[in-house]
Design a protein around this ligand. Structure first.
Ligand code: OFO
Length: 170
């Protein structure tokens, strides 16, 4: 049975995943309003994924004998200066989540909860992929500035990243 300390940490993490989902939804909406349909699709899909991460946690906590809690999520930013700021915020957010996950992994080891430790390995790997994805988007934006590429092309390339990710996962 899951220990209280770990249950609390996983519940806290589920609220971070819920925040990530709503913040990516806000980013999707911002992109859509700016006419960046590819980027909007990227963030709609990203928001869905974060909800998946949240559900995985909820199910694990309950399965391990704890009680998954649903807490209030603070409002995310709804407006941005430009597309670079949107993706930079996304990368920073992912880096923060990586640190949060690492802390829970350490706690699982301290508490000798090997089931939670094993469960968390999926998140450890996921964070490598998530950070990499956001770095790729920032590279595309940076290159676009250097090569004077149009925003339409940037939008298309970023929109295609999610399709590539899905193909790799198949
Ligand atoms: Fe849940 O991976 Fe992003 O935050």
């Amino acid at each position: 049975m899951i220990k209280k300390k770990l249950e609390d940490a996983l519940n806290k993490q589920s609220s971070h995943e819920a925040y990530a989902s709503s913040s990516y939804l806000a980013m999707a909406s911002w992109c859509e309003k700016e006419g960046l349909r590819g980027c909007a699709e990227f963030f709609y899909a990203q928001s869905e994924e974060e909800r998946g991460h949240l559900l995985k946690l909820v199910k694990y906590i309950n399965e391990a004998g704890g009680h998954a809690q649903v807490s209030a999520v603070s409002a995310p930013a709804n407006s941005y200066k430009n597309l670079q700021e949107v993706f930079k915020t996304g990368l920073e957010q992912e880096m923060g989540v990586t640190q949060d996950i690492n802390k829970i992994v350490e706690l699982a080891l301290q508490e000798k909860d090997y089931a939670a430790f094993t469960f968390l390995q999926w998140y450890v790997q996921e964070q490598v992929e998530e950070e990499n994805l956001f770095r790729l988007t920032l590279d595309i934006i940076k290159l676009a500035g250097k090569e004077d590429r149009s925003w339409l092309l940037v939008d298309k390339e970023i929109g295609a990243l999610k399709d590539e990710e899905e193909k790799e996962e198949e």
